[in-house]
Design a protein around this ligand. Structure first.
Ligand code: CUA
Length: 368
């Protein structure tokens, strides 16, 4: 970029001003950021600046970070050592005159033994250290709070066997509280997938494991800080993979049960119109992952102007009415709308009751 000197100086001045303003704004932004970090305000960042490290919010986090730093320090030390020695030898043994001959040393047994043995010992140290931590993370304590996690394209469903009726989900449209756990108590997740490979990842806890269709995998952790932390799907699982995010909320054990009961219920509020309740279900039970309400194409048919429409399906034409919608929720693959044959929607049998289905239908009717 060519600039007249005066212009360049002006531009530099402006840039300096901008930097100064940014610096002044930073503490305010950090404060605002901390506030906004509550519901995460749709911003999936784990830290406020790219330079700060992730919070260490579980009992595993400290050990994992220490091992990581140990490996980084080792790598830096040996990089500097090898490069330093190389540079020194290049200088020391440089060619001094035209007729200088290279000496005929072929090898040095002692040195070669050391440069094999020392790294071998260090690698074993790293392996044993990692293995001990890995075993700790693999074997959950028997008194852990039990949580069942199901991955679906593209949301998480979280159930608590000891709290019947409570179900939390993630949502592709907002980062909502998806997992509630007590501080200072072990929590065990038993995870599976209804469709493809997903991967359950909570960076602040330093835990991550694949979620596999047709198999159960487990994870456990003990949270050490009250607060909210992001969870992600860390395995590319299709179109909306990057929206498969949620929030882990860590509470004081005394508040856990009450909060969970409140957050996990999906009931019509007093005076709440049925279509409004239906919209809440649409957002909280993952319908929005595959069905738009504005006519735009997604993985499944849009709900816009769907009610009363004549759809052609793989079993013939059908009018979209209460029966067809209920059937499509319970047995999604009974009559598949033309053009969506390859899509495998999971059944919601047992997950939505009659009232919730009625609310969804009333909501659909409003989408003209
Ligand atoms: Cu689920 Cu990526």
């Amino acid at each position: 970029m060519l600039m007249a000197p005066q212009k360049a100086a002006e531009a530099a001045g402006n840039a300096a001003d901008a930097v100064q303003q940014a610096a002044q704004a930073a503490p305010a932004a950090a404060e605002a950021g901390k506030e906004a970090l509550g519901p995460l305000a749709g911003a999936p960042w784990d830290t406020l600046t790219p330079w700060s490290t992730l919070p260490q919010a579980s009992t595993f986090a400290g050990n994992t970070d220490t091992l990581y730093l140990f490996i980084v320090a080792l790598a830096v030390f040996f990089f500097l050592l090898v490069m330093g020695v190389q540079g020194y030898f290049m200088w020391k043994y440089r060619r001094l005159s035209e007729d200088q001959k290279t000496s005929s040393i072929t090898h040095n047994g002692k040195v070669e033994f050391l440069w094999s043995a020392i790294p071998a010992v260090l690698l074993v140290v790293i392996f044993v250290w990692g293995e001990v931590d890995f075993l700790k993370q693999t074997i959950p304590p028997t008194d852990a709070v039990q949580v069942r996690v199901t991955g679906r394209q593209w949301f998480w469903t979280v159930d608590y066997p000891d709290y019947p009726g409570v179900q939390l989900t993630s949502s592709v449209e907002e980062s909502s509280v998806t997992l509630v756990v007590p501080k200072g108590e072990p929590v065990q997740l038993t995870m599976t997938s209804e469709d493809v490979l997903h991967d359950f990842y909570i960076p602040a806890f330093r835990i991550k494991r694949d979620v596999i269709p047709g198999r159960y995998t487990t994870l456990w952790f003990e949270a050490t800080q009250v607060g909210e932390f992001n969870l992600y799907c860390a395995e590319y699982c299709g179109d909306q993979h990057s929206s498969m995010i949620g929030v882990v909320k860590v509470l004081e054990p005394a508040n856990f049960a009450a909060y969970l009961a409140e957050a996990g219920k999906l009931e019509q509020e007093p005076n709440e119109p049925l279509p409004v309740f239906g919209e809440r279900i649409y957002k909280k039970r993952g319908c929005n992952a595959c069905h738009s309400t504005d006519g735009s194409p997604k993985v499944g048919p849009s709900w816009k102007a769907l009610w009363g429409k004549n759809e052609s399906t793989d079993k013939g034409s059908v009018t979209v009415d209460d029966n067809y919608i209920t059937e499509s929720i319970w047995e999604p693959n009974a009559q598949i709308v033309s053009g969506f044959e390859g899509v495998k929607m999971p059944s919601y049998k047992g997950q939505l009751d009659e009232k919730q289905i009625a609310a969804l239908i009333e909501y659909m009717k409003t989408l003209k």
